[in-house]
Design a protein around this ligand. Sequence first.
Ligand code: GLC
Length: 505
Amino acid sequence: MAESKTTKNVKVKNIEKVAFPKKASTKEPTLQEKTKILFVASEARPFIATGGLADVIGSLPQALASDATYDIRVVLPLYSDIKQEFRHKMNFLGNIYVPLGWRNQYCGIFTCVDKGVTYYFIDNEYYFKRTGCYGYYDDGERFAFFSRSVLEILPVIDYYPELLHCHDWQTALTVVYLKTMYAKKSEYQSIRTLFTIHNIEYQGKYSLDLLGELFGLPSDSRNLLEYDACINLMKGAIECTEQFSTVSPTYAKEIQTAQYAHGLEDIIRKNSAKLTGILNGIDVASYNPATDPALFANFNENDLENKKICKAELQKMLGLPVKDVPIIAMISRLVSHKGLELVKTVAEDILHENIQFVLLGTGDFAYEEYFKDLGKRYEGKASINIAFNGDLSRKIYSGSDIFLMPSVSEPCGLSQMIASRYATIPLVRETGGLFDSIKPFGAGGNGFTFSSCNAYDMLYVIHEAIDAYKNTDEWEKLMKKAMTTDFSWSRSAEEYKNLYKNTLK
Ligand code: GLC
């Protein structure tokens, strides 16, 4: 991979233009006729993933690209954690130097095509040759470089999108740079932006003196970014963008309140006329119990028999007795907004029931230690797995009965949708995307829900679910209902297309 350097006055070199696909049939719209949308994000499956954002960027562009009237591309940082199997498929397009404050930073451009979507990768080893994606002292500078590079590579890749769809604080500066420093450049003038918030907790806050020095922004842009005596990158994007969205209709309402907005409620309310909430989907081809190779046995909504094999094999694998009691599972980051205080408050009550409890996840040290201890005290009844393991997660989704997700806040949440698809019934708190995707069993819905952040309300509903499990016929109906709830991207992709149309008007 090319070296990172800091050099001035270097011109574009080694540029090979991207080979555009030939027109397939006379009906197919030409490239010029297609709506060009460039996704800008800090992670995407299958290349690199730390959370739900990667699932969305790994599947929404493909769902959109299946519509021949769209030309969808994605730009990502080239982290060193991106595996060789993907690097082998990439072509080097060339390199440029990207201005950032007083510096000029090397920017290599790689590309590949996967499932109808063209990906670009921004290479700079100084910024991205590190383990993981985030958590470095200079994350602000790393993602300012990435955000600026996105705009600088457009002439090189010969692609000026009509719309930049930017995701989360790491790409907020793309919007701000476009609307300030690039506003007078003719090729950039007609580019519109949509900024999507996946989690408002992470806003990208920095000291005010970094405005010019690090981010290279003129002092008259200070009012756009300043908030609460800091630079707030998310705030800047919300102020500058034509439209912004979040990942469920309920979260779009919640973030207008102090309880959920982590200090940004006034900004969200002020800009609410340009805010939309669109529920995410999941990749239903990947999360398909009928074909998923990670499962002990495959099953579908017409024949659930093999789910019993999934359960028995999971019990064996985790050292739990093989018996017909409901398995309550959690697959979660172990952080407080996932509602773990509620679980802690009534964990002993839950474990005194005739159930088994399975947990998979990593996170805050205190929670990891708490659950490890619980696992020791309830050996043979609770299986605690402090790990991040995709294969095991699919075995747990398919082999459990009840999926517990009592989040204090949840912008969308994907696990409740995946669990449903594997006939494991979600039990959720009514917040954000959980409220929008799971409706109570008692009212003919597809899961179990409780509303207040109260451990005993949750416990009450857990008892309700355990009782429902005992009625085999009812439970089977509920499993079928959960499995057949439409969580595919096709519904949400249509909503995004409408939003793009409105933004481009
Ligand atoms: C964030 C949110 C989660 C959402 C995901 C994808 O991780 O916390 O609720 O599902 O983004 O939008």
